[in-house]
Design a protein around this ligand. Sequence first.
Ligand code: ATP
Length: 293
Amino acid sequence: MSYILETKGLTKRFGGFTAVDHVDLHIEKGAVYGLIGKNGAGKTTVLRLIAGLIQPSEGRVEFPLGRPGIGILLETPGLYMNMSAFDNLEIKRIALGTGSPADSSRLLEFVGLSQWAHVRAGSFSLGMRQRLGIALALTGDPELLILDEPINGLDPNGIADVRRMIKDIARDGRKTILISSHILEELSKTAHVFGVLKDGVLTGEITEDELSSSSVGYIRFMLDDMAAAKEVLERMGIYSYQQKGDHLLLVMEQIHRSGDMIREFVLNGVHVSGCETIHESLEDFYIGHTKEG
Ligand code: ATP
């Protein structure tokens, strides 16, 4: 597995308060990784630790493939408000000692700000500032892009713009994107791997594929003979089921054996008119990993 970034026991304490508690993240090269958690869960602190802006109290951040260039956008971008969008990018590009002015123009085009290249950033709307912040984070063509709550405070158009940009950046798999949000639904539209943070603890990590092939969920059978069906299941050693009405039976265990169950039903004269396997959704996963107690 080629991880571009791993954290091992990553911990940050502020005085007696533990904001990040032994977090082990695993982020593959080329992934769009979503870090999800409520406000105050510790997302920003994890991202600052990864970017090297603060030092861990314990544990470490590792880059197994070598230290990548990192572009970072933390909540609201740090812009020079009295300078133009173009000059904001140029200052960073020149400081990094890379590329040419044409790269700054290209980035402005990518984030849809070409028209405003020579307008003061101070006159920009929040959405435009956020787009400029993304262009700033992309300056120097970093391999790892860290976006902290990039859609916070944006209107629906702004959100759609940011989402489109993230998809475009991720498209060729050259960059790895780590993006945090407290809005699961939004994150699920861009990320393919998810880490759930709760009170500083990483309570779960899962990929979309793992989720869809996970054995967590249930099977919905539409049947004619409920009593016979239950006997069949129990003979198969399956006891976790629920009857709903006269024809609907939910089976909560061994859900990978739906084929065997259908065969046994049919062999025992139970007519099956419908069968559907329902996997745990990302939302169920998230709720399961953030609930109290
Ligand atoms: P939000 O989306 O609200 O920013 P978050 O998940 O990013 O939430 P963090 O900003 O990482 O959360 O904060 C996690 C906890 O650590 C919070 O309780 C916060 O008050 C605390 N914290 C963060 N930075 C500091 C600091 N410099 N000193 C003291 N406490 C801090």
